[in-house]
Design a protein around this ligand. Sequence first.
Ligand code: PMP
Length: 427
Amino acid sequence: PYDGPRAEEIFRKRAEFLSPSLFHFYDRPLNIVDGKMQYLFDEDGRRYLDAFGGIATVCCGHCHPDVVEAIVKQAKRIQHSTVLYLNHAIADFAEALASKMPGDLKVVFFTNSGTEANELALMIARLYTGCNDIISLRNGYHGNAAGTMGATAQSNWKFNVVQTGVHHAVNPDPYRGAFGSDGEKYARDVQEIIEFGTTGRVAGFISEAIQGVGGIVELAPGYLPAAYDMVRKAGGLCIADEVQAGVARTGSHFWGFEGHGVIPDIVTMAKGIGNGIPIGAVVTTPEIAQVLTRRSYFNTFGGNPVSTAGGHAVLKVLEKEKLQENAYVVGSYLKERLNMLKEKHDIIGDVRGKGFLLGVELVTDREKKTPAKAEISHVMNHMKDMGVLVGKGGFYGNVFRVTPPLCFTKEDSDFFIEAMDISLSKL
Ligand code: PMP
């Protein structure tokens, strides 16, 4: 049993000593003290089914024993040596990661977060091409440092950064976008940005395969192949931000971009690759990677033995427990059941996503697609009281983000649907 500080005390300290910008989802925030696979436990030992997985971060399951063992074992030997000496953990993980990549993508740079990975990717694209202009999608999220905040295109995540050379393309959003599911029509905007907003040459294009923070928006089919083509003709590199869509989460493929039939020039990742450990990575081709030899690129903690030993263990668990297959099979079942809920509850305007990267958009009017912001909070709080945790997001904050650990079962899905059904009925 847990006998540490209680929620009230932590809340008081947080209010006094932590960032005033921190937010929480629930009327009464939970004090989570333990995690085990798809479950979280609060201070009273109450169990919650976790359908958010720390924002699509926990892939193998909370505190998966194999991952914990790998971290502890490594921490007891050597925690920090960095790149100045040899250590097998970083090399083994890089090799394993490269083996999961298509094409010539095989050189790995380790970072500590998704933001850092994307910052590095943008810099590599600019160095390689000698150009500065970057195209990113409206509603995309790429990080919170100067460059990535510029590439992020949602006002709620942007402070007054200088947006040097970033252009935001029309989002190929099948639900709210003007061209429905016609990906090629949206891609014309990329061509127009190149023609009217740049010299005709660009450094690159960055996009998620399914927008996570943006509310699980699946890019309209055909969009990415068309956009990649245009960007490459303008000399640019294509960057896939796989921070949420990568690492087996979409089920059908290991990487989200594979679901769109494209091969990027640079892939970035974080979150799931560490199952909760801070680690990020950039993977590119040997030729492109060469640009970083022009200066020294150094990152104190990037690729440290503890994080890379943990990341390597994650890949092994995914394989051993066939978690990609589980994400596909159970995720498809869950989506089917969510679609059945949509038939029953008018407030559900859209159900979308793949595998365990699913979104449920709540609207008060299906025609006008009016965001049901207050309602979603009620449902979330009610589901929490029933022992089910789910995320929310989207520009209007009205989309449920269903991104459980990949070990989520069919029975968990049934329980989740039951809780959502009852909570929606109570509205
Ligand atoms: N890219 C995407 C798609 C993300 O969802 C996030 C985090 N929400 C990031 C980048 C930034 O990652 P981090 O918070 O680790 O810096």
